[in-house]
Design a protein around this ligand. Structure first.
Ligand SMILES: *Cc1c(COP(=O)(O)O)cnc(C)c1O
Length: 362
């Protein structure tokens, strides 16, 4: 008798596994700790909590959760259009930006297609690629930095999508807007360039791809409410692209892919400039604090501007467990081919101090 695996679509069997940051409650139970004493610096979440405007709107929206959410995300798309000087039709809202990348893959990838990204790029690009039977083309990243010449050289007639995040996760390296724009402009016209701007709120300057997009180049960008807006648990992100590409993605997405409180929260959080400003300030101070502390302890790390640092830690796997026992959850990077590295999300000053104290004990 055939097993389920025999019957499954082939790509399902070879899907890489997404290794998520371990939840506080799970670690607390495993190590016999009080959950209140555990800090999670593992998933690049906002240490300040959710945007207060977003949280209040989500709570209010729950009163109406017997109703389906607005499947067209009308108000959020209108607000984004005003923010970006685009049309509402230039946006697709997703259950996290993760979903919009899957939608892109679902709409455009089939076996035989190639998708280009860095060898230490966000793992979701590989998941999305392989899920639809396409071939990942992982371009080496010398010194864990994007090599723009090599990325461009990896493009073949089979290339359908090029994914690039800046800052890149998990390395934290940030590319110059000029390099990003030059790469986007250099691509063949049938290659879709997806710029993942998950951490762009933490940067002083980022590449503006709208002119290229408006000139008809196949450029899309994705953003999220999970990081600087502090709404990771509600799952909202979006893709900006031409009206044509957004129309196609809307055909493949579920009618109610973004839930009611999430939509309300995202809409309100877009106005929470004060929160995003404070997030940026606390993060910049945290990067400075962690960098200084890591230097003092003699740990090598990759300079970065996002809300996390990739750090070389002796016996990283063991350290990962030792830190959990001490109530500090971080992220191992072995799955990214970075054996010997851990990724630390920037926390509050107190959380960073605690992480550094635990590192000193290793
Ligand atoms: C965190 C992150 C995202 C955001 O994912 P969501 O699904 O929006 O929570 C996207 N890209 C990268 C590179 C990230 O690190």
């Amino acid at each position: 008798m055939a097993s389920y695996s025999d019957l499954a679509n082939r790509p399902v069997l070879t899907q890489p596994v997404y290794e998520a940051g371990r939840p506080i409650e799970v670690v607390a139970r495993e190590f016999g700790l009080d959950p209140a004493s555990v800090i999670k610096l593992a998933s690049n979440e906002n240490p300040l909590g959710p945007s207060p405007l977003g949280l209040a709107a989500a709570r209010k929206a729950l009163d109406h959760c017997h109703l389906y959410p607005d499947g067209g995300s009308t108000f959020l798309r209108e607000k984004l259009a005003r923010k970006w000087s685009m049309e509402p039709g230039n946006f697709v809202i997703g259950n996290g930006s993760n979903e919009v990348m899957i939608l892109l893959a679902q709409a455009f990838l089939r076996p035989g297609d190639e998708v280009v990204f860095g060898a230490q790029a966000f793992i979701v690009y590989k998941l999305a690629t392989m899920l639809f039977g396409a071939t990942p083309v992982e371009v080496p990243m010398p010194g864990y930095r994007h090599d723009f010449t090599a990325l461009r050289a990896a493009i073949t007639p089979k290339t359908r999508i090029l994914f690039l995040a800046s800052p890149n996760n998990p390395t934290g390296g940030t590319d110059s807007p000029a390099d990003i724009l030059a790469l986007a402009a250099s691509l063949p016209e049938d290659v879709i360039f997806c710029l993942d701007e998950a951490y762009t709120e933490y940067l002083e300057a980022s590449a503006d791809l709208r002119p290229l997009m408006q000139s008809g180049r196949k450029v899309v960008l994705s953003r999220t409410f999970s990081k600087a807006y502090g709404l990771a648990g509600l799952r909202v992100g979006y893709l900006m692209g031409s009206i044509e590409v957004c129309g196609l993605l809307n055909r493949v997405r579920q009618p109610f892919n973004v839930n009611l409180p999430a939509l309300a929260a995202a809409e309100a959080a877009l106005d929470d400039d004060a929160f995003v400003r404070r997030t940026r300030e606390v993060n910049a101070a945290g990067i400075a604090q962690l960098s200084a502390g890591l230097q003092k302890l003699g740990f090598a790390y990759i300079e970065g501007k996002a809300n996390f640092l990739a750090v070389q830690v002796p016996k990283a796997e063991e350290a990962f467990t030792v830190l959990q026992r001490a109530g500090v959850i971080v992220r191992p990077l072995r799955g990214y081919g970075m054996t010997g590295w851990l990724r630390f999300t920037v926390g509050t000053a107190a959380q960073n101090t605690r992480l550094l104290e635990e590192l000193a004990k290793l």
